[in-house]
Each structure stands twice: as structure tokens, then as C-alpha cells.
Write a protein that binds this ligand. Sequence first.
Ligand code: KIV
Ligand code: ZN
Length: 503
Amino acid sequence: MRTIQIMDTTLRDGEQSPGASMNIDEKVVIARQLARLGVDVIEAGFAYSSKGDFEAVKTVAGEVEGPVICSLARAREADIKSAWKALQEAPKRRIHVFHSTSDIHLKYQFRISPQEALKRSAEMVQLAKSFVDDVEFSAMDATRTDIDYLCDVMTAVIKAGATTVNVPDTVGYALPWEFEKINHAIKTKVSGIEKTTISMHCHNDLGLAVANSLAAVQSGAGQVECTINGIGERAGNCSMEEVVMALRTRKDFFQADTDINAGEFVRASRLVTKITGIPVQPNKAIVGANAFAHEAGIHTDGLLKERSTYEIITPESVGFSKMKLVLGKHSGRHAFKTRLQELGYELAEKDLEKAFVRFKELADRKKDIFDEDIEALISDEVFTSDYEVYRLEALDVSSGLDKKPEALVRISTPEGIREKTSTGDGPVDAAYRAIALITGTCSKLLKFEVKGITGGTDALGEVVAMVEQDEETVRGHGADTDIIVAAAKAYISALNKLASKKL
Ligand code: KIV
Ligand code: ZN
């Protein structure tokens, strides 16, 4: 039985999904969850690409224990040095160097010869190797690259010190049947390959990323690169939960498994959805809301008699459990903190205090508090707290049948407390107009989503507002039992995020 390494790239390729940019706190929370999942490698970002990415890689490297922490770097000296600097504090670190190898890319985008690309790749891998032992090389657009040339590049980078060679299906073009040929060529023509891990990085443009990754494992790949919920550039990347569960469920066929703790998948999926604002379709395999919902009478009949009649994976094995009633009105700070830790949140003292105050307010209004309620409060308080330029102090809304909706909003701003009243097409519109008047924002609201958490009329309402200004898109998050208050908080949280981008 082989153990396949899982390299997660949710924080790098996943962040390349449109509108999915995450701040450092959000990345650290996801990275901690990835560590709980037991991934082998976390690609925490592309250190050279921006100050924010550098800081994110550095923070994850310093704070998240367990997996190897990796930074992406183009085959350029400045990129590799930046990756190395950001990774200093990681006990286990990897530099991931990439260069295109396909004729299409070399001719039209880089305008260099294949020989030049090979030389540059090998030199830059050698530079990375002078900093770290663990170096991965990716031949971008490998699946559209001449196979003999791909093997030459791999031979050169292995000689220069690469310990993993990655075969990205960058544009999601390959078919499962082609991996047998690609991997056979790599295994027979690349010298030094026997001591190097072959990795696969598949995009989902034809909906084949998981199938292609499995085919690659079947023909010899020892590492799969993937993301939670399959988020990523364009149609996304190979979905971690799907590829891992396919291997586990059919290990009789693959003779391979991973070290992933699958019971953490649902929590990881919900966390990534909450932070990125990218929802999971209900029929998504493994983590979708309907993944274990049986409708047909014949199925439920069979299930009641013997689960294995219609269930190949148990919902519990991937982390679905009955919503847990956790805390109530009388729960104290210690119980709250302990539950947060069990959910994977390590909060700084000031954030914990704020979250506890919110929890107590909620417990006064809502009888039963579930894990999902606590997670909503946390995203509301913690992921935005460092960037608080504006804070909602009061909101008074009047609306009804045959009545023009009106909202009075009071906000604390750097210039002091400001208050405005506005009418609108509905109560949320009125509140948003008043907020815009106070803050003077010229941003545009791109998306507004409302969701009830945990059911019941006293449920917490969760609102995500996607806002754009000066080509920056941010998502604000708000949760409250009053849906208009949640909407106002979401808008203000988005404006705080936009303000923080200007710091
Ligand atoms: O899709 C791709 O080619 C990549 C590389 C940088 C590995 O993401
Ligand atoms: Zn990619």
C-alpha cells in the first residue's frame, strides 16, 4: 500500500478564484484546519507576488505546526529569495519553483527558446536548493509539452536538486488515459526519477481534475496537489475531499491511501466557504448538503435495513454529524473558550473577549446555540476586527406594507460618531444608503447573500456582501438574529476591508 502525499494549495491556487482573496488572519485559520486534516504540504502563497502574500506565508510558516510550509516562486532570483525569506520560521519548508515548458507558452508568452527555459529552470532550482533541501519544480503547461523535452527539463532540474517534479495540467486539457503514457515516459526517460516524487496538479476546465489526478496516482504519481472544495483558478483545481475519499474508498483498486484525517473535511469545507464566500453546490460529492441525502423510497428502505445497500461512505467518516447543541445562556468564558479550541479557533485574548460578549448577547436572544452559530460569530468578529475603521453603533429601521422603508444608522468613524437617515426600496437598501452617506463610500455592491443558520425563526442570519472599489473586491460578513443588522454589519465589514487595503 503506497502513501500518497497531499499538497494543499487552497491558500495559493485556491485564492486565485475570482473574488476569493483572503486576509492573513483568514489564511492562518484555514492553514490550522489544513494541519488538523493532516495534509503533508501547505502551499501558503506566492511570497514575491505581494506584500500581503509575503506576510501570509511568513505568518503561516511561524504559526502553523505539522505540515511542510511551501511558497511558490517563478524561476527568478528575486522570487526565490523572497520565498526563502518568508519561510525562515517554518521547521519544515519547501520552495516551489515553476517555469512554463510548452511550446505555446514559450513562444507566445515568454518568447524564449526551449533550451533557454531548461537552463533557467535548472539554475533557479539550484539557487532554491542552496536555501532549502526540499525543492519542487513545476513544468507549467506540462500536459501540452513535448514529452521528450519535458523529460529533459525534469532530468536537468533533478540534477540541480529538485526533490519533487510536478506535472501541472495548467489549462485542464488532459484526459485520464493520457497519464499512463506521460508517467511511463517520465519513469523511464528521466534520470534520477527513482529518488524523486512525481506530483500531479490538475485543473478542472473539462471537469476531469479528480479523474486525472487518480489516473496519475494509478500510473505512479506520489503527490497530488489539490484544494478544499476544489476552488482555484477558473473552473478550479482537483478537490481534496473527492480525491482523498476516492483513494480511500477504492484502496483495493489503487493500493494507495493518504494520511488525511477525513473526519475534518466538512469543517474544512464550511470554513473555506465562509471565508471565501464561494458556496458549495448541494450535490457536490463528499461535502455537499445532499451528498448523503437519500430521497427515493427504495433507497431509504434499503438504508434502514442495511446502510451499505446505498451508502459507500458514511457521513460521519467525512465529518457530518448531528448539529451539536453546545452552549447556552449559563455557559461561562472557560466553556466557550474550550469549545472554540475544539472547533480549531485559537483566539488572541482581545478577540476572545469580544467573541464572548457577542456569544452572551446571542444567548439572551436565542435559546439553543449550535457550533454553526459560534462559527458565524467568530467569522463576524475575528476575521474583521483588526481593520475596524467603522463600527455600527445603532440601527433603527421602520418598514412594512404600504410604508416607505426608512433607516437611521449611527456609526463610529475616525472623525467621531456620525448619524444619518435614509429611505430606500427596502429596509436593507435604506440602511445601505445611510451607511454610504456616513462613510462617503463610492464602492459598488456586487453581491448580497443572506443565509439562515441552524433553522428556526430565532436563527442567526448570516449575510455576505461583496463590494468593489478601485478594482479591489472584498467580502464583508455579518451575523445577527436581526437580518437587517446582519446586513448592515456585512456592508460595514466590507468597507473596513477596503479601508485596510489603503493602509
Ligand atoms: O496550474 C499551474 O500550472 C500552476 C503552477 C504554478 C503549479 O498553478
Ligand atoms: Zn494551478
